[in-house]
Design a protein around this ligand. Sequence first.
Ligand SMILES: [Zn+2]
Ligand SMILES: [Zn+2]
Length: 279
Amino acid sequence: MLELTNAFGGEIYQAANDNRERKNGPWLPTQAAAKKAGSKHYFTGEPCQNGHITTRYASNAACTKCASDTRNEQNKLRAALDPEWKAERNAKQRERYAADPSKSRAHNKRWIAANDNHRREYTREYMRMRRAEDPTLNERAKERMREKRADPAYVEAEREKERQRYAENPEKHREKSRRYAKENPEVAATHARNRRAKIREAEGFHTTEDVNEILVRQRHRCAFCGTSIRKAYDVDHIVPISKGGSNWPSNLQCLCPTCNRQKNNLDPFVFARRKGKLL
Ligand SMILES: [Zn+2]
Ligand SMILES: [Zn+2]
């Protein structure tokens, strides 16, 4: 067993080591030990002069993060000055990706997991720059998406991917949907209504915006008793689906929960008469 302590304190070393998913056990803690074992890297847990707590090269004790930063800077500079070199490098990258996409994806996933904040900031900044350069960027992206979605083969392929992702980790997806439903109850309710209507083979569908328009039209009052429904409302099919009513917005109204419970599956005329209204 290696002695896992050093000047910087064993705890940080241990914690960092635990996070590194080292395949062959813990990192060697000193340059001498790494050299002796023929290992290219070692890890002390101490920060480099730029504050990186990461591996060092056994050959020259240099910080690997500093070295890769320098390499990246140099490559960026060269790419800017030498478009041919840049094109060649990108082509090679594409080749590597095509040869084994799963390997590249796994690599990207690991990088994203380790650099999530950095990646988000970078993407945000990058998109901000792109939009400043080209204000039509968003619109064109949406247009491309609409074109893609018009192709049934694309839609089916996307659904299949989604099913696979779900099958890989159903609990994660259920948790995500639960969270989304909690944060967006109206959207979730619309989905549920559309799903139920589809199962019952009703014609039509509606969106949350359709329901919002109906609420505005009804001035946020129950379509039957006129009580305020700002706090709670139920979306009701005017002609019930069981009686051949559609699921289009034109067959929807918003009721207070009390009226909705009373209406249940009654014929709308019977219900209206009971409510003392003439239709
Ligand atoms: Zn460094
Ligand atoms: Zn009511």
